[in-house]
Design a protein around this ligand. Structure first.
Ligand SMILES: NC(=O)c1ccc[n+]([C@@H]2O[C@H](COP(=O)([O-])OP(=O)(O)OC[C@H]3O[C@@H](n4cnc5c(N)ncnc54)[C@H](OP(=O)(O)O)[C@@H]3O)[C@@H](O)[C@H]2O)c1
Length: 329
Protein backbone atom coordinates (compact mmCIF):
# COMPACT_ATOMS: atom_id res chain seq x y z
CA UNK A 1 0.00 0.00 0.00
CA UNK A 2 0.97 3.65 -0.27
CA UNK A 3 1.75 5.70 2.80
CA UNK A 4 3.05 9.26 3.15
CA UNK A 5 6.30 9.53 5.03
CA UNK A 6 7.66 12.75 6.46
CA UNK A 7 11.42 12.34 6.32
CA UNK A 8 12.55 15.88 7.20
CA UNK A 9 10.96 18.69 9.20
CA UNK A 10 10.84 21.96 7.25
CA UNK A 11 9.11 22.99 4.02
CA UNK A 12 6.36 20.30 3.79
CA UNK A 13 6.62 19.58 0.06
CA UNK A 14 10.35 18.93 0.45
CA UNK A 15 10.11 16.62 3.46
CA UNK A 16 7.25 14.37 2.31
CA UNK A 17 7.36 11.24 0.13
CA UNK A 18 4.70 8.80 -1.07
CA UNK A 19 6.21 5.40 -0.20
CA UNK A 20 5.28 1.78 -1.00
CA UNK A 21 5.03 -0.08 2.32
CA UNK A 22 3.59 -3.47 3.40
CA UNK A 23 -0.20 -3.71 3.84
CA UNK A 24 -1.49 -3.32 7.40
CA UNK A 25 -2.54 -7.00 7.68
CA UNK A 26 -5.62 -8.57 9.27
CA UNK A 27 -7.21 -7.01 12.37
CA UNK A 28 -6.37 -8.50 15.75
CA UNK A 29 -8.98 -8.83 18.52
CA UNK A 30 -10.66 -5.47 19.10
CA UNK A 31 -9.14 -3.92 15.95
CA UNK A 32 -10.61 -2.47 12.77
CA UNK A 33 -9.00 -2.28 9.31
CA UNK A 34 -10.24 0.30 6.83
CA UNK A 35 -9.34 1.78 3.46
CA UNK A 36 -8.78 5.53 3.68
CA UNK A 37 -11.11 7.16 1.17
CA UNK A 38 -10.15 10.81 1.74
CA UNK A 39 -8.26 13.11 4.06
CA UNK A 40 -7.96 16.92 4.18
CA UNK A 41 -4.73 18.88 4.54
CA UNK A 42 -5.36 21.09 7.55
CA UNK A 43 -3.21 23.96 8.89
CA UNK A 44 -2.19 21.70 11.81
CA UNK A 45 -0.87 19.09 9.34
CA UNK A 46 1.25 21.78 7.70
CA UNK A 47 2.61 22.84 11.13
CA UNK A 48 3.30 19.16 11.89
CA UNK A 49 5.39 18.86 8.69
CA UNK A 50 7.24 22.07 9.52
CA UNK A 51 8.08 20.76 12.99
CA UNK A 52 6.24 23.61 14.70
CA UNK A 53 3.24 21.58 15.94
CA UNK A 54 2.92 20.45 19.57
CA UNK A 55 3.63 16.84 18.45
CA UNK A 56 7.07 16.31 16.91
CA UNK A 57 7.74 12.56 16.67
CA UNK A 58 11.04 11.02 15.51
CA UNK A 59 11.19 10.68 11.70
CA UNK A 60 10.07 9.12 9.47
CA UNK A 61 6.50 9.79 10.60
CA UNK A 62 3.13 9.78 8.88
CA UNK A 63 1.02 12.95 9.21
CA UNK A 64 -2.73 13.16 9.09
CA UNK A 65 -5.03 14.13 11.94
CA UNK A 66 -8.26 12.98 10.28
CA UNK A 67 -9.78 10.96 7.46
CA UNK A 68 -12.82 9.02 6.37
CA UNK A 69 -12.50 5.34 5.58
CA UNK A 70 -14.50 2.25 4.62
CA UNK A 71 -14.15 -0.75 6.93
CA UNK A 72 -12.73 -3.85 5.22
CA UNK A 73 -12.39 -6.15 8.25
CA UNK A 74 -13.04 -6.19 12.00
CA UNK A 75 -11.43 -8.31 14.71
CA UNK A 76 -13.09 -10.38 17.42
CA UNK A 77 -15.15 -8.34 19.86
CA UNK A 78 -15.84 -5.37 17.56
CA UNK A 79 -19.58 -4.87 17.20
CA UNK A 80 -20.19 -1.15 16.66
CA UNK A 81 -18.94 -1.21 13.02
CA UNK A 82 -18.82 -3.88 10.29
CA UNK A 83 -17.20 -4.28 6.85
CA UNK A 84 -18.64 -1.75 4.39
CA UNK A 85 -19.33 0.91 7.05
CA UNK A 86 -17.96 4.42 6.64
CA UNK A 87 -15.89 5.51 9.64
CA UNK A 88 -13.94 8.46 10.90
CA UNK A 89 -10.78 7.85 12.91
CA UNK A 90 -10.06 9.61 16.20
CA UNK A 91 -6.34 8.83 15.91
CA UNK A 92 -3.57 10.29 13.74
CA UNK A 93 -1.21 8.98 10.99
CA UNK A 94 -3.99 8.88 8.41
CA UNK A 95 -2.09 9.87 5.25
CA UNK A 96 -2.10 6.32 3.90
CA UNK A 97 -4.21 3.93 1.83
CA UNK A 98 -5.06 1.61 4.75
CA UNK A 99 -5.25 1.82 8.54
CA UNK A 100 -5.45 -0.83 11.28
CA UNK A 101 -6.61 0.78 14.55
CA UNK A 102 -8.28 0.04 17.87
CA UNK A 103 -12.03 -0.41 17.46
CA UNK A 104 -12.83 2.33 19.99
CA UNK A 105 -10.91 4.82 17.85
CA UNK A 106 -13.33 4.62 14.94
CA UNK A 107 -16.75 6.19 14.90
CA UNK A 108 -19.38 5.12 12.37
CA UNK A 109 -20.39 7.84 9.93
CA UNK A 110 -23.93 8.05 8.58
CA UNK A 111 -24.24 5.81 5.46
CA UNK A 112 -25.56 8.61 3.23
CA UNK A 113 -22.94 11.17 4.19
CA UNK A 114 -20.94 12.92 1.45
CA UNK A 115 -17.46 11.32 1.47
CA UNK A 116 -15.57 14.60 1.05
CA UNK A 117 -17.48 16.23 3.90
CA UNK A 118 -17.05 13.12 6.08
CA UNK A 119 -13.27 13.39 5.58
CA UNK A 120 -13.47 16.76 7.36
CA UNK A 121 -15.98 15.77 10.07
CA UNK A 122 -13.64 14.92 12.93
CA UNK A 123 -11.86 18.21 13.52
CA UNK A 124 -13.40 21.41 12.22
CA UNK A 125 -17.14 20.91 12.89
CA UNK A 126 -16.42 19.71 16.44
CA UNK A 127 -13.99 22.60 16.96
CA UNK A 128 -16.56 25.14 15.79
CA UNK A 129 -19.22 23.59 18.04
CA UNK A 130 -17.10 23.43 21.19
CA UNK A 131 -15.69 26.95 20.67
CA UNK A 132 -19.33 28.05 20.89
CA UNK A 133 -20.25 25.92 23.90
CA UNK A 134 -17.16 25.45 26.07
CA UNK A 135 -15.40 28.81 26.34
CA UNK A 136 -18.10 31.28 27.42
CA UNK A 137 -21.70 30.56 28.44
CA UNK A 138 -23.22 32.33 25.44
CA UNK A 139 -26.88 33.35 25.47
CA UNK A 140 -29.19 34.17 22.54
CA UNK A 141 -28.51 37.75 21.47
CA UNK A 142 -24.82 37.68 22.51
CA UNK A 143 -22.24 38.85 19.98
CA UNK A 144 -18.99 37.06 19.25
CA UNK A 145 -16.18 38.14 16.91
CA UNK A 146 -14.00 35.70 14.96
CA UNK A 147 -11.12 36.07 12.53
CA UNK A 148 -10.38 33.60 9.69
CA UNK A 149 -14.16 33.72 9.28
CA UNK A 150 -13.95 32.23 5.77
CA UNK A 151 -11.94 29.21 6.97
CA UNK A 152 -13.69 25.87 7.37
CA UNK A 153 -13.95 26.43 11.15
CA UNK A 154 -15.19 29.99 10.63
CA UNK A 155 -17.92 28.99 8.18
CA UNK A 156 -19.09 26.07 10.33
CA UNK A 157 -19.18 28.33 13.36
CA UNK A 158 -21.43 30.80 11.54
CA UNK A 159 -23.84 27.96 10.74
CA UNK A 160 -23.82 26.62 14.29
CA UNK A 161 -24.19 30.04 15.92
CA UNK A 162 -27.36 30.95 13.99
CA UNK A 163 -29.76 28.42 15.58
CA UNK A 164 -28.37 29.38 19.04
CA UNK A 165 -29.25 33.02 18.44
CA UNK A 166 -25.57 33.97 18.84
CA UNK A 167 -24.61 36.86 16.57
CA UNK A 168 -21.35 36.59 14.62
CA UNK A 169 -19.02 39.43 13.63
CA UNK A 170 -16.79 37.96 10.97
CA UNK A 171 -13.28 39.24 10.26
CA UNK A 172 -11.68 38.33 6.92
CA UNK A 173 -8.88 39.61 4.69
CA UNK A 174 -11.00 40.70 1.67
CA UNK A 175 -14.48 42.13 1.27
CA UNK A 176 -15.30 39.90 -1.73
CA UNK A 177 -16.16 37.20 0.86
CA UNK A 178 -18.93 39.17 2.57
CA UNK A 179 -21.79 37.95 0.32
CA UNK A 180 -20.84 34.29 0.72
CA UNK A 181 -20.54 34.53 4.52
CA UNK A 182 -23.81 36.42 4.83
CA UNK A 183 -25.54 33.68 2.85
CA UNK A 184 -24.34 31.25 5.56
CA UNK A 185 -25.92 33.46 8.23
CA UNK A 186 -23.13 35.88 9.18
CA UNK A 187 -24.64 38.86 11.02
CA UNK A 188 -21.83 41.21 10.00
CA UNK A 189 -18.52 41.05 8.13
CA UNK A 190 -15.49 43.35 8.34
CA UNK A 191 -12.01 43.41 6.82
CA UNK A 192 -9.11 43.15 9.28
CA UNK A 193 -6.91 46.21 9.68
CA UNK A 194 -5.74 48.85 12.15
CA UNK A 195 -9.28 50.32 12.50
CA UNK A 196 -10.96 46.96 13.10
CA UNK A 197 -12.53 47.92 16.45
CA UNK A 198 -14.17 51.05 14.96
CA UNK A 199 -15.50 49.08 11.98
CA UNK A 200 -16.94 46.48 14.36
CA UNK A 201 -18.60 49.08 16.61
CA UNK A 202 -20.36 50.56 13.60
CA UNK A 203 -22.12 47.19 13.17
CA UNK A 204 -22.84 46.24 16.79
CA UNK A 205 -23.99 49.77 17.75
CA UNK A 206 -21.75 49.42 20.83
CA UNK A 207 -23.41 46.20 22.06
CA UNK A 208 -20.66 44.39 24.02
CA UNK A 209 -18.91 41.46 22.40
CA UNK A 210 -18.40 38.68 24.95
CA UNK A 211 -16.04 36.39 23.07
CA UNK A 212 -13.28 36.85 20.48
CA UNK A 213 -12.10 33.74 18.61
CA UNK A 214 -8.59 34.10 17.22
CA UNK A 215 -6.77 31.69 14.89
CA UNK A 216 -4.34 34.25 13.41
CA UNK A 217 -2.24 35.22 16.50
CA UNK A 218 0.44 37.93 16.55
CA UNK A 219 -0.96 41.49 16.52
CA UNK A 220 -4.26 40.12 15.11
CA UNK A 221 -5.06 38.92 18.64
CA UNK A 222 -4.72 42.47 19.97
CA UNK A 223 -6.92 43.83 17.17
CA UNK A 224 -9.58 41.23 18.03
CA UNK A 225 -9.28 41.98 21.73
CA UNK A 226 -9.90 45.68 20.97
CA UNK A 227 -13.34 44.60 19.63
CA UNK A 228 -14.22 42.55 22.74
CA UNK A 229 -16.00 44.25 25.63
CA UNK A 230 -14.89 44.79 29.22
CA UNK A 231 -14.52 41.46 31.06
CA UNK A 232 -14.79 39.52 27.81
CA UNK A 233 -12.75 36.50 26.76
CA UNK A 234 -10.29 36.20 23.89
CA UNK A 235 -9.79 32.57 22.91
CA UNK A 236 -6.73 31.70 20.85
CA UNK A 237 -7.08 28.39 18.99
CA UNK A 238 -4.65 28.70 16.07
CA UNK A 239 -1.83 30.68 14.53
CA UNK A 240 -2.05 31.23 10.79
CA UNK A 241 0.84 33.72 11.13
CA UNK A 242 2.99 31.22 13.04
CA UNK A 243 3.37 33.85 15.78
CA UNK A 244 2.33 33.83 19.42
CA UNK A 245 -0.74 35.88 20.40
CA UNK A 246 -0.16 39.47 21.50
CA UNK A 247 -2.58 41.22 23.88
CA UNK A 248 -2.29 44.74 25.26
CA UNK A 249 -1.75 45.11 29.00
CA UNK A 250 -4.54 47.64 28.91
CA UNK A 251 -7.05 45.04 27.70
CA UNK A 252 -5.96 42.60 30.40
CA UNK A 253 -5.59 44.97 33.35
CA UNK A 254 -8.04 47.82 32.78
CA UNK A 255 -10.39 45.93 30.47
CA UNK A 256 -10.45 42.82 32.67
CA UNK A 257 -10.28 40.59 29.63
CA UNK A 258 -9.04 37.01 29.79
CA UNK A 259 -6.88 35.31 27.18
CA UNK A 260 -7.53 31.57 27.04
CA UNK A 261 -6.55 28.76 24.68
CA UNK A 262 -8.59 25.99 23.09
CA UNK A 263 -7.63 22.66 21.58
CA UNK A 264 -10.18 20.12 20.45
CA UNK A 265 -8.43 17.12 21.99
CA UNK A 266 -8.60 18.63 25.48
CA UNK A 267 -12.26 19.64 25.06
CA UNK A 268 -13.21 16.13 23.88
CA UNK A 269 -11.05 14.63 26.62
CA UNK A 270 -13.39 16.05 29.27
CA UNK A 271 -16.22 13.94 27.78
CA UNK A 272 -17.03 10.22 27.88
CA UNK A 273 -16.79 8.06 24.74
CA UNK A 274 -20.60 8.01 24.59
CA UNK A 275 -20.71 11.81 24.72
CA UNK A 276 -18.05 12.05 22.00
CA UNK A 277 -19.99 9.59 19.82
CA UNK A 278 -23.17 11.63 20.40
CA UNK A 279 -21.42 14.84 19.30
CA UNK A 280 -20.24 13.21 16.05
CA UNK A 281 -23.62 11.56 15.45
CA UNK A 282 -25.29 14.98 15.67
CA UNK A 283 -22.66 16.77 13.57
CA UNK A 284 -22.73 13.90 11.04
CA UNK A 285 -26.50 14.26 10.69
CA UNK A 286 -26.15 17.98 10.10
CA UNK A 287 -23.49 17.28 7.45
CA UNK A 288 -25.70 14.64 5.80
CA UNK A 289 -28.61 17.11 5.70
CA UNK A 290 -26.31 19.73 4.13
CA UNK A 291 -26.70 22.12 7.08
CA UNK A 292 -22.96 21.94 7.76
CA UNK A 293 -20.35 21.84 5.04
CA UNK A 294 -16.95 23.15 4.13
CA UNK A 295 -16.07 23.97 0.53
CA UNK A 296 -13.44 21.88 -1.26
CA UNK A 297 -11.10 23.45 -3.82
CA UNK A 298 -9.26 20.41 -5.23
CA UNK A 299 -8.90 16.66 -4.58
CA UNK A 300 -5.48 15.11 -5.34
CA UNK A 301 -4.38 11.47 -5.68
CA UNK A 302 -2.01 10.33 -2.91
CA UNK A 303 0.96 10.17 -5.32
CA UNK A 304 0.65 13.97 -5.76
CA UNK A 305 1.12 14.73 -2.06
CA UNK A 306 3.83 17.33 -2.72
CA UNK A 307 1.53 19.34 -5.05
CA UNK A 308 -1.35 18.91 -2.58
CA UNK A 309 0.57 20.32 0.42
CA UNK A 310 1.98 23.18 -1.69
CA UNK A 311 -1.57 24.02 -2.76
CA UNK A 312 -2.88 23.83 0.83
CA UNK A 313 -0.41 26.56 1.86
CA UNK A 314 -1.75 29.13 -0.65
CA UNK A 315 -3.82 32.06 0.64
CA UNK A 316 -7.20 32.99 -0.79
CA UNK A 317 -8.24 29.38 -1.46
CA UNK A 318 -11.93 28.81 -2.19
CA UNK A 319 -11.91 25.70 0.02
CA UNK A 320 -10.01 22.75 1.43
CA UNK A 321 -7.45 20.60 -0.32
CA UNK A 322 -8.31 16.90 -0.02
CA UNK A 323 -6.40 13.75 -0.95
CA UNK A 324 -8.18 10.58 -2.10
CA UNK A 325 -5.72 7.69 -1.54
CA UNK A 326 -7.84 4.92 -3.11
CA UNK A 327 -9.22 6.65 -6.21
CA UNK A 328 -11.60 9.55 -6.87
CA UNK A 329 -14.32 10.35 -4.29
N1 LIG B 1 -7.26 24.41 18.38
C1 LIG B 1 -7.92 23.48 17.71
O1 LIG B 1 -8.35 22.47 18.26
C2 LIG B 1 -8.16 23.68 16.24
C3 LIG B 1 -8.94 22.76 15.53
C4 LIG B 1 -9.18 23.01 14.17
C5 LIG B 1 -8.62 24.12 13.55
N2 LIG B 1 -7.83 24.95 14.28
C6 LIG B 1 -7.25 26.15 13.68
O2 LIG B 1 -8.27 26.89 13.06
C7 LIG B 1 -7.74 27.66 12.00
C8 LIG B 1 -8.58 27.45 10.77
O3 LIG B 1 -8.46 26.09 10.35
P1 LIG B 1 -9.23 25.61 9.03
O4 LIG B 1 -8.90 24.20 8.81
O5 LIG B 1 -10.66 25.99 9.19
O6 LIG B 1 -8.54 26.56 7.94
P2 LIG B 1 -8.73 26.62 6.35
O7 LIG B 1 -10.12 26.26 5.97
O8 LIG B 1 -7.60 25.86 5.74
O9 LIG B 1 -8.55 28.19 6.07
C9 LIG B 1 -7.37 28.89 6.39
C10 LIG B 1 -7.76 30.30 6.80
O10 LIG B 1 -6.62 30.99 7.28
C11 LIG B 1 -6.55 32.28 6.68
N3 LIG B 1 -5.15 32.68 6.63
C12 LIG B 1 -4.11 32.04 6.05
N4 LIG B 1 -2.96 32.68 6.30
C13 LIG B 1 -3.28 33.78 7.06
C14 LIG B 1 -2.52 34.84 7.63
N5 LIG B 1 -1.18 34.90 7.49
N6 LIG B 1 -3.18 35.79 8.32
C15 LIG B 1 -4.54 35.73 8.48
N7 LIG B 1 -5.30 34.74 7.98
C16 LIG B 1 -4.68 33.77 7.27
C17 LIG B 1 -7.16 32.07 5.31
O11 LIG B 1 -7.58 33.32 4.82
P3 LIG B 1 -7.50 33.74 3.24
O12 LIG B 1 -8.65 33.07 2.57
O13 LIG B 1 -7.61 35.21 3.32
O14 LIG B 1 -6.16 33.26 2.72
C18 LIG B 1 -8.32 31.15 5.68
O15 LIG B 1 -9.37 31.90 6.21
C19 LIG B 1 -6.28 27.20 11.85
O16 LIG B 1 -5.44 28.10 12.53
C20 LIG B 1 -6.26 25.86 12.56
O17 LIG B 1 -4.97 25.49 13.04
C21 LIG B 1 -7.59 24.76 15.60
Amino acid sequence: MKQILLERYGQPEEGLRCADVPDVGAPGAGEVVFDVLAFPINPADISFCRGSYRLKPPLPATPGAECVGRVTAVGAGVSHVKPGDLVINLQRENWAQQRRVKGDDVIAAAPGIDIQQAAMLRINPATALLLLTDVVDLKPGDWIVQNVANSAVGRLLIRLAGPRGVKTMNVVRRDSLFGELKSLGADACVVDGPDLADAVKAHTREAPIRLGLDAVSGRATARLSACVGEGGVVCNYGSMTGEDPVMSRNALISGGQTLVGFILGRALGTRSLDQVRAIYADLGQQVTKGVLSAPVETVYPIEDIKEAVAHAQRGERSGKILVAPNGPV
